[in-house]
Design a protein around this ligand. Structure first.
Ligand SMILES: [Zn+2]
Length: 103
């Protein structure tokens, strides 16, 4: 990360990404027929604390919704985890589900 953000700023960046992903997920759930949703991988924004991050996280709607069922969980690329504001709850090959310390 190029510039050092405060913890609050990092969390705000993540909340903004999460909000934009939620909108995309809701629109897709509305417009894509249910049988097609099951296997469709959607490129969500990485919900990490870097305001310049342009990376995408491929997930199905169901995978995305299960992470966001908890308001303190975010999905980000594994090497974007910021230990100052989050801890890893679960991780796969390149993705991590993180839990925020405080929102
Ligand atoms: Zn990122």
């Amino acid at each position: 990360m190029k510039r050092k953000l405060t913890k609050r700023q990092m969390i705000n960046v993540e909340l903004a990404e999460r909000a934009s992903n939620r909108k995309a997920a809701a629109a897709l759930a509305h417009h894509v027929p249910k049988p097609e949703q099951r296997d469709l991988k959607i490129l969500f924004n990485c919900e990490c604390a870097d305001p310049d991050c342009q990376e995408r996280v491929p997930l199905t709607l169901a995978e995305y919704k299960s992470v966001h069922a908890s308001p303190t969980q975010f999905i980000i690329l594994k090497d974007h985890v910021e230990p100052e504001v989050e801890s890893i709850e679960a991780s796969g090959q390149s993705l991590a589900v993180v839990e925020k310390f405080s929102l």
